[in-house]
Design a protein around this ligand. Sequence first.
Ligand SMILES: [Zn+2]
Length: 445
Amino acid sequence: MVPACDRQRVELDRAEPPENLEDRLRTALDEARGRKQMARDEKASCGVGRDLHRRDASGGAGDLARAGGKRDDRLTTRPTSTPTPGDPELTELAARLVAIDSVNPDLIAGAPGERDAAAFVAEWCAGHGLDVEVVGDERPSVIATKRGSGGGRSLLLNGHLDTVGVVGMEAPHEPRVEDGRLYGRGAYDMKGAIAAIMLAAAQATGLRGDVIVTAVADEEFASIGTEAVLERVRADAAIVVEPTELRLAVAHRGFVGFELETTGVAAHGSRPDLGVDAIVKMGPVLAALDELDKQVQAGPRHALVGAGSLHASLIEGGQEFSSYPARCVLTGERRTIPGETVEQVERELRAIAGDAALRLGVSREPFEAPSGHPFVELAGRMAGVSEHAGALFWTDAGLIAAAGIPTVLFGPAGEGAHAAVEWVDVASLERVRDVVLQTALEWCR
Ligand SMILES: [Zn+2]
C-alpha cells in the first residue's frame, strides 16, 4: 500500500489561453530552462545523488512484430511535407512535456525523475475539468479522471512520464518541430502520446463512464508508477499508448531475470593443489545457456510475438590477477511468450545449472488481450485495423492486463526510442488522440 501522505489533491486554475505555436514553444523552452536551473539549485543545496542501476527493463521500443513478421508499410510511411502541424494545441502540449527533463533516476544517477512532468500534467488536467490525484512522493504518478455521469463503463488511458537518458543527444529537452515531426527525448517514447490522451480525456464529454488518464513514473525501470496506480484504480478496459506505429498491439513478451553463481576456493595462483576456479566452472554453464537459448528460440511460437529467448547480461567474479577466483556470478534474462510461466523458466534453468546456485530476479508476465473481447473489437474498429500486432518489448500493459483489465496497445509512429535522435510523427499523434477519443465515446457512453 502507498501511505495516505503520498496523496496530494491538486486544485489549480485553468491553463492560460493559447498563443501562437512559436511563442508557446519558446515559453515551454524558457520554463524548462528555469526548471533546469531550479533543479540544479535544489541539487546543490541538498546534495542528491543516486547509484546507477542496472538496465532498461522495457528492452527498448521500436521493434514491433506483426503476424508473419512483416512490417506494415502503409503505417510506417513518413509524411514528407507537413511544414506546420495540423493541431497546434496537441503539438504544443507534447512539446511542453518534452521540454521537461524527466530522465529516470534509477537509470541515470542524479537524474530529476518525474516530479516536474507530473506537476505539469496534474495542473493541466485540473485546469481542463479532470479530477486529479497524485500518488507517489519522490516518484509521482498522476491519476486524472474525467468523471462520467454514472452507470457507464470506464476506460483507463496509460502512458509513462519517465524517459531514458540523453547521452549523445544534441538538445534533448529543446523540442523542435520540423517536417511534421516533433524532435526531442521522450517525443516518441512517450510524451507525445501522453499529450494525445490528455486532450482526448478533456474532450470526452457527455459520457456515463469515467475516462481515466494515468501518467506514470518509472516504466523504463521497475514500473513502480503503474503498480501504485493499480492499487487505486480499476477500469473496464485500458489503452496503453506506447508507440505501435498506429497498429493495435494485443500481445507482448514478458521477462524473467536470473542469477547463476558458481563457487570455487580462493588460493594463491601458485597453488593449484588448493585453489578451485569459480570462473572456469561457469564455462559449462554458459555453454548450456547458449544451447538452451537455441532450443527456446526453436520452440513454441506465438502468432504475434514469436518465440521466447534467453541471454547472459552481466558477469563478475574473481578477486585479483594472482589468485584463484572464489566466486563467479552470471546475470541473465529469459524473455517469455504468452503461456510461458516463471515456474517453467525456473525448471529449464535448474536443469542446466549443474552445481551453480540459481536465484530468480525480477520478472514480468507476458501480455495477451482476451481474443474476441468486445473492447478489443471496438478498439480495432476505431483504429481502422483489420489485423492485430504484437510488441516484442515489455510494457505496463502487462501489469494492467494482469490486474484483470482488458488492455490494448495503440500509439504513434516515429523513431529513436532510447536513441540519440528521437522524433514522433505529429499526424500520428493526432490519429492517436482521435482513435482514443472515439473509443472512449463508444465504450463509456
Ligand atoms: Zn515507453
